[in-house]
Each structure stands twice: as C-alpha cells, then as structure tokens.
Design a protein around this ligand. Structure first.
Ligand code: MOS
Length: 708
C-alpha cells in the first residue's frame, strides 16, 4: 500500500460543499446538450422501428417517402454503408451495433430504416408513412423461471457465472433454520431526462461528433472502429449529458445513423431518439428471477448461502444481470454457491443499469437475511454483525477496509433503531400500518487508467483537460476541487475542461469509478506541475503543461477486496385497504471513501436511495407477449418515483479514506441504490407481516396478499 494523503493541502477545497460550476448555465438554458448544438445546413434523421418482434424485412418501399417534402434520403439495410462485422468495443463483442447490416428483425423496435429530411417534422412524417413488410416468425418474449432456454455460461462480463465452495446441500441439511425463497424484479429502464442524441458532420477530413455519452473517448474509439476510420479522424464531444445510468456508455443506433447519413449527404445530420425509442434502443435492466437459500445455526451464523439468478438477454448479444455476485463479497458460509443463468428471448439487449447486479441482488439476499433474522429471533443488524467475514468469502482476499458495522451503528443511532419492537403488523397510525426495515449495501470500488493534462498559465490560472463526463453527478465540480487542492490554489483559479475525445484516453462515467479514475489522473498531473513551479520553472507563453497517465498506478494496486459499504434504513406506512405504500423516511449511512464534494455527493447518494424506492414500489416495464413489445413506453406509464413519492431522504457518511488512492476516494456512483429497495421491503413486512418477494410492490399486490 502507498501512504495515505488524506489530510489535503492548505486550500482544502476537497471536503467543502461546492455548487455545480455549470449549474447556472443549466438552469438558464445556456448549457448545450447534444441535441442543442446548431449547424449550418443541419438535416434530421428519424428512426423507423420494426413493428414485429421476430422475422425478416421482406420489402421496404422508400419511393413514396423520397417524394415527400424535405426528404433527403432513406437509409436501410439495402443501401446503408458497411460497418465492421464482429465489432468488439469497449464492452466486448457487440452486434447491437450492426444497424442496417442485415434484414433480420431480432425484436420489436429494431431500426429498419432512417429517414433524413430538412426538418425533424418532415423526417417523422415520412418515417411514419414508410411501407415496410415483414416475413414474421413466432417470437418468445415470455421471461419466466424455469424457461427451457435458460443456460449457464462460463463467464459474465464481470466475472465467472458461478462460484462454489463447500457443500451447500449438506450444510442446509445440518442447519437449524433454513430460508428458501424466490424473488423477482421487473424489467427496468434507465430513463434519463435527456434522450440520446447525436450530431455528426465531416469537417476537413475529420468526423466531428456531438453525442450524449458517458465516455467521449471510448465512444469515439468505438465509433472509429465500427466505421473503419483512423481513430485520430474522429473528434467527439459530450460537454453536457442529462443523465446516463449506464445506457449512454456504448455506441448506440442514433449515433451510427447520424454518421451514416452525414457521410452520405455531406451535410451535418442530427438524430434524436424519442422517449418511446428510449425503451428499445439503448438497453435496460432485465427482469430477474432469483432464489436464495440460507441455512444457519440457531445463533444465526450462516452455514449455507446459495443465490441463483436468472435474467434475460436478446438473440443479438449476451448480457447477464449479475445479481448473485452481491453475496460473493458480503457474506460467508461453509457451503457457498452463486449461479447465474440467462435465457435468450426476442427482446432488446439489456445492459449495465444503476448498480447492475447489486441492485436486484441485494433486494433478494438482504430480504432473505431479514427473514432469517426473524426466524432466529435476532435483530436484523445483530444477524449481520454475526456474519461479518474476515476475508472475502469467495476470493479469500483481505478487505481493504470494511466499515459495514460502523455504518449500521451510526445509522441505527440516527434512525432510532434501538428499542424497535420486532413484531410485525402491530403498529397503527389511523388507516396506516407502520414499520421499519434495514439492509446492508456494498459496491465494488476501483480505478481505471486515465490520462489528464494540466496547464499553468502566466496569469496565475490553470486549465485541466480530461475526457471525463459529467452526466449530472457534479464530476466537473469535483475535479475542479481536486485540481485546486493538488495545485494548492483556490478553485476559482482552475478551469476543468472535460468530455472531449481529443483530450486522450480516460475511463467513462461508469462502474462508480469516474470521479476517482479522473481525479487520480488530474491529481498526479497537478501535483507534478505544482512541484515544477515551486522549483522555479518558467511558464512559456502557451503555458506549462504536465500530462499524467495512471495506467501503471491503477494496474499495480495490490489485490484486495475493495468495496464501499452502507447501511440503509426505511420507515413505511401501508394502507392494507387500498394497497398504498408511503415511504415516510429513509436514511443511508455510507463508508465510501473520502467525499470530495459533500453537496453533490449527498445528492448522488440520495438519488440512488430513491432509485431503490422506485425499484421497490414503482418501476415496471410491462411486456405484451402477443406483440412482443412494451405497453408503457413513456414516463406516464413507466412510473419512476416522483416528488410526491419521495419522503425525507437523508444520506450521510463516516470517515473511510481509501489508503491506496492519492486523495482517499473510493467512489459513490451507485452504492445509494444498493440495499435501499430491501430496506423498504423489509419495512413493509414489519408494517404488515407480509413478505413481498416480487417487485414492484404494486397496490394490487398488497391487497391480494392477505395479512397473516
Ligand atoms: Mo453505470 S450502470 O456503471 O453507468
């Protein structure tokens, strides 16, 4: 381990609340998102989605569309330019990029054409009249446990599909208490406020692109690869992004089509997804069917832990929701098994979304533990304390810090947990039954290689450049604070420029590793610059620039179990007559590394907790097995927790600097969304005495599940 530098230099911008630097631009409309950038001669593309769930395009008659006002071109599989086959991007092989490369229709909503016109309205009008016929085949979109097509691969994107140690069956048989329960979660959609948009144009032999992406450099690199271009000839920017949550981490059809169209027409082209298209073209979280089997002695100590998780993927690309990985680092047992399986259906390809794996997986396992605590007559926090592992249960590696129980202690104190009556269904407040629940949280922490450049100017100001993305998290502000501290100047003297692929390779805003990975690179460059200035080095007219590359540093991190932790608490009120559930308050206490900007960090953590509320009670994409499509592809039908759903949500943290990070950061991107659904579901049990195991807990599910 390297020496921790957690105190920070004299300026101490890190740890001090700071409003978003671009906040004023955003609220006044001055900030330009991808669809806001103007261009002379701009043309507009409109995607035509398939209307069948499986088959082939038989005919596509573009003659009448081409005669419509303003229409410039109709792109489809019969005329589109060829893309790199067997494309392997930042996240591995990805056939979802093969737009218009074949006539196969793998799901309802797959792009079959793109109309380009002078205005979006003209493009849309022509797109809606385009005559497409299909040779249809029977489809299967019916996700269900025990699906005959389910299989277990060797590997998932994030690790092995299965882990096993000891003898689960023998340990279960020898256990005093056994919990064996099935859980399900609904298909969920990222639903950022800003729909995906891209504008592309050729300028002097260079492809100039503005895209709503979580990673300007990775997207530019993948785009070049897909189109067979020299990477240096692609310049991509994404200065402002209105939410991502995982769905803006890859090259998506809107971008591919903008590039195809501008290449064909020689004019700038913009393609914007509609809200409905956001439910088919950009990934989602698969529904899950999980089973948890726990066996314990009468004292609550786990002897057996088995977590199996089934998710769905498309016929285009295998993506597995890694729900069962949660228990691999969290809880030990003599017999320990985690298994993922997946079934290929005629549905769009899922992807990483808001704590992939951990969000649905923690719901199942943390609810099963609550049930185990009940059966053992133990307080849920005491049960978790009894099962704190000394080393990684599967890896055997030591923990690089694990302050889970400290989170519980602080959370219990502030929430008022002590003295809680464990009996369910006994507290009334008028028509409401009231209860409280808790759950643990964890998320992997790490850093990925990034490069940065920091420049000192003669006027005493500094500019840092890094291909980071601020998707609403406040990353730009956090990086400014980090640069200021490393330079030992006030943040007002530092300008941080981000989201430009010309700034060089950098990790993307994902995996809860954005700010940490970028902050590391900026800190190294800024510290070296400060030292050189302190030694009296002159600043030339174009500034003195120091570059950093963290590849060696992050790749030589010693092998540890590296995680952030949290304790989630919730109080709910349930009306058993109407089935309405009101969350009254939530508290999350986290041990998640040094907090750079308490203002935006609190916002990120409470946002994650609200996602958990939303997962527990609201979010559910409903697929119609007859057509194969979703029936609720808008934000009215697909309900995400809104203001009226959200009570007093409080997030806080305990001191937990990462000793191996130059500033002590771990990463807080996703942990707020872990365990929060389970805390609510456990509180619903405490209120009503009913164990809900299928999410979301809609009012009809409350009404239909009789209380004991
Ligand atoms: Mo996130 S699901 O790591 O973009």
């Amino acid at each position: 381990m390297t020496t921790a530098t957690t105190g920070g230099p004299a300026t101490r911008a890190v740890g001090t609340p700071h409003v978003r630097l671009e906040g004023r631009d955003k609220v006044t409309g001055a900030a330009r998102y991808a669809a806001d950038h103007p261009a002379d001669g701009l043309a507009h593309g409109w995607i035509v989605p398939s209307t069948v769930a499986r088959g082939r395009v038989r005919s596509l008659d573009d003659a009448s569309a081409l005669k419509m006002p303003g229409v410039l071109a109709v792109l489809h599989h019969g005329n589109a330019s060829r893309l790199t086959e067997d494309f392997v991007g930042t996240f591995g092989p990805d056939a979802t990029t093969q737009v218009f490369q074949h006539d196969r229709v793998p799901y309802l909503g797959w792009p079959v054409a793109c109309v380009v016109a002078e205005t979006p309205e003209q493009a849309r009008e022509a797109a809606e009249t385009l005559a497409v016929t299909y040779a249809t085949e029977p489809h299967d979109v019916d996700f269900r446990p025990g699906h005959p097509g389910a299989y277990t691969p060797e590997e998932m994107a994030v690790g092995p599909a299965c882990t096993e140690k000891g003898d689960v069956e023998a340990e279960l048989a020898a256990s005093d208490v056994v919990v064996d329960a099935h859980y399900s979660t609904a298909e969920e959609h990222h639903s950022p406020m800003e729909p995906h948009a891209a504008m592309a144009r050729w300028d002097d032999g260079r492809l100039e692109v503005v895209d709503s992406t979580q990673g300007a450099y990775a997207t530019a690199r993948d785009l070049a690869l897909l189109f067979g271009l020299d990477p240096a000839s692609v310049h991509l920017r994404s200065e402002h992004v209105g939410g991502g949550f995982g769905c803006k981490a890859q090259v998506r059809p809107h971008l591919i089509l903008a590039v195809m169209a501008t290449t064909l027409l020689g004019r700038p082209v913009r393609v914007v997804l509609t809200r409905a298209q956001m439910f088919t073209l950009i990934g989602h979280r698969s529904p899950t069917a999980q089973r948890v089997r726990l066996g314990a002695g009468a004292d609550g100590r786990l002897r057996a832990l088995e977590h199996t998780a089934l998710s769905a993927t498309s016929t285009v690309r295998e993506f597995i929701e890694p729900s069962a990985q949660y228990g691999r680092s969290m809880y030990d047992a003599d017999g320990h098994r985690t298994v993922h399986s997946v079934v290929r259906l005629d549905v769009p390809t899922p992807t990483y979304m808001r704590a992939p794996g951990e969000a649905p997986g923690s719901f199942a396992l943390e609810c099963a533990l609550d049930e185990l605590a009940e059966r053992c007559g133990l307080d849920p926090i005491a049960l978790r304390a009894r099962n704190e592992p000394a080393v990684g249960p599967v890896s055997g590696l030591p923990f690089a810090g694990r302050r889970l129980l400290d989170c519980f202690a602080e959370g219990a104190r502030r929430f008022g947990w002590d003295g809680r009556d464990p009996r369910p269904g006994v507290r009334r407040d008028g028509r409401w039954l009231v209860g409280t629940g808790t759950a643990a949280a964890t998320f992997f922490t790490g850093a990925r290689p990034s490069t940065a450049a920091v420049t000192a100017h003669a006027d005493g100001t500094f500019t840092a450049r890094i291909a980071a993305a601020d998707i609403g998290t406040g990353a730009r502000t956090a990086l400014t604070q980090l640069a200021a501290d490393a330079l030992e100047v006030t943040p007002g003297r530092v300008r941080v420029l981000i989201a430009d692929s010309d700034f060089g390779d950098a990790w993307l805003a994902g995996g809860s590793m954005g700010t940490r990975s970028w902050g590391w690179a900026i800190t190294l460059a800024a510290r070296e610059l400060r030292e050189r200035l302190a030694l009296g080095e002159d600043i030339p007219p174009d500034g003195l620039t120091v570059r950093s590359d963290t590849e060696q540093a992050v790749n030589s991190l010693a092998a540890y179990e590296r995680h952030a932790y949290g304790a989630q608490f919730a109080e709910v009120a349930v009306d058993p007559g109407s089935g309405e559930i009101r969350v009254r308050r939530m508290l999350g206490v986290f041990a998640a590394g040094r907090i750079v900007n308490p203002l935006t960090a609190r916002s990120q953590l409470t946002g994650g907790m609200i996602w958990g509320l939303s997962m527990a009670l609201h979010e559910e994409a409903v697929r119609d097995t007859a057509t194969g499509g979703l029936v609720n592809t808008d934000l009215a039908g697909y309900h995400i927790a809104a203001h009226a759903d959200v009570p007093a949500v409080e997030a806080d943290w305990i001191d937990d600097p990462d000793p191996d990070d130059p500033v002590g950061i771990k990463g807080i991107g996703e942990i707020g969304g872990v365990g929060s659904a389970a805390a609510i579901v456990n509180a619903v049990w405490h209120a009503t005495g009913v164990r809900h195991r299928d999410l979301p807990i809609r009012p009809d599910r409350v009404v239909l599940m009789p209380r004991p």
